[in-house]
Design a protein around this ligand. Structure first.
Ligand SMILES: Cc1ncc(COP(=O)(O)O)c(C=O)c1O
Length: 397
């Protein structure tokens, strides 16, 4: 059975009436679970002989992801999660002491900590800007960013979509602005990739990192990095390992005389693949990406937009304050809301879980993040559950 928008049959064991936390961790579909099982069984049977199969499988996954992001597969490298991708780039930029890096307050820490470490290691200047101007309007955000860039910039690090508010950042305009000031744009895309159509070539971002267990609907343990082809030769491969060299496995497969330590490090993004990769998670990711390809990201995003369009006004009518932008270009797959002041978010979240409804509560917001299996008919159920939980909380002594 192929995937159908709004149809949960590929998630037959999911124990929630409504699962709306794809921005947290997605449930693996049956094909994803099958891929994990198949890898395990294959290694159980063939061990070392299975390795080439999954090495080839990664080639096809790389091509699928490249198609999804409108880039060349050569510009992608695999890693274990988003954070590792941020670390790989933060360690590999050819920094000069005093280089300025701009990050944002309100970002998920995965896109701050590695820059803080890089700042200490390489004597960089780190500036933290507020996201609030961007929440007011793209133009206000860009103006604030430009004021920071005018003091000099080497790199700006931002998430494509903010985890806490669901705000989609104006990446194309940000990249253009950062480039005008001679800097580079790094994007954490884990809250966007798999739900929002992304054309990296058009956006002109320089570096991007993403993990697979959220909107790509794979499992934990896999991720990837994109490096713009013009930037790869300028990186210092500080994270290189034994598999980062050209012809790294000859000494294992072709007899004597091939063990060398001087083969060049590949001038390709996959230089970050320094050791063996998370094979089961990458196979799982490919199984999920095939489903996304079948459905297309455009159709999936239209589907979740319709879901959130129906949900948002009904929750604001209950007193919630929506953080969703009114600018369509700044909307994402997440609807984030502040609950009414007299309602405890933790209690609301717990109450919804008791009703078998999974949401998230990142630092003060109720986050609702449906994906392709969520059906429109869930919307009235979700609203009624919120209403019921609120009523219980209001009547509690
Ligand atoms: C924007 C953002 N970046 C990074 C992460 C963490 O990703 P990973 O665990 O793949 O490093 C999250 C959430 O977990 C996130 O929301």
């Amino acid at each position: 059975m192929g995937p159908i928008l709004g149809d949960r049959r590929l998630f037959s064991t999911l124990r929630y009436e409504i699962y709306a936390n794809h921005a947290g961790i997605s449930p693996p579909s049956r094909p994803v679970v099958q891929a994990l099982t198949d890898v395990g069984e294959d290694y159980a049977a063939r061990a070392f002989a299975a390795w080439p199969t999954y090495n080839d499988q990664r080639t096809s996954l790389r091509q699928r992801l490249a198609r999804m992001l409108c880039v060349d597969s050569e510009d992608l490298g695999f890693t274990s999660n988003t954070t590792q991708g941020v670390i790989d780039i933060a360690l590999s930029v050819a920094w000069k002491p005093g280089d300025r890096v701009v990050v944002f307050a309100g970002e998920f820490p995965a896109n701050v900590t590695p820059w803080q470490s890089a700042a200490k290691t390489f004597s960089l200047e780190l500036e933290m800007l507020s996201l609030e101007p961007f929440a007011r309007s793209a133009q206000e955000g860009l103006d604030a960013l430009e004021r920071a860039l005018s003091k000099g910039v080497r790199l700006v690090a931002v998430s494509a979509v903010q985890f806490q508010t669901g705000l989609r950042m104006p990446l194309e305009a940000m990249a253009a602005l950062v480039h005008r000031y001679g800097g580079e744009l790094f994007v954490d895309a884990v809250q966007a990739c798999g739900i929002i159509p992304l054309n990296l070539r058009a956006l002109a971002v320089d570096y991007l990192a993403c993990g697979s267990h959220k909107w790509l609907m794979g499992t934990e343990g896999a991720g990837f990095v994109y490096v713009h082809p013009d930037k790869i030769a300028k990186l210092v491969p500080r994270v290189a390992g034994w598999l980062s060299h050209e012809e790294p496995v000859r000494f294992l497969l072709e007899g004597a005389g091939h063990l060398r330590y001087d083969r060049p490090i590949r001038a390709r993004t996959d230089f970050i693949e320094g050791g063996n990769l998370p094979t089961p998670s990458l196979a799982a990711l490919e199984a999920s990406v095939k489903l996304l390809e079948d459905l297309t990201i455009d159709r999936i995003f239209a589907h979740t937009t319709q879901y959130l369009d129906a949900l948002e006004p009904q929750l604001t009518a209950l007193g919630f304050h929506s953080m969703r932008s009114t600018d369509r270009d700044l909307q994402s797959g997440s609807l984030c809301l502040r609950p009414p002041q007299h309602i405890s978010l933790e209690a609301l979240h717990r109450g919804l879980l008791r009703e078998h409804i999974a949401t998230a509560m990142p630092d003060g917001f109720l986050r609702i993040s449906p994906h392709w299996p969520n059906a429109m008919r869930e919307v009235p159920t979700l609203v009624q559950a919120v209403r019921d939980v609120m009523r219980t909380l209001e009547s509690a002594p």
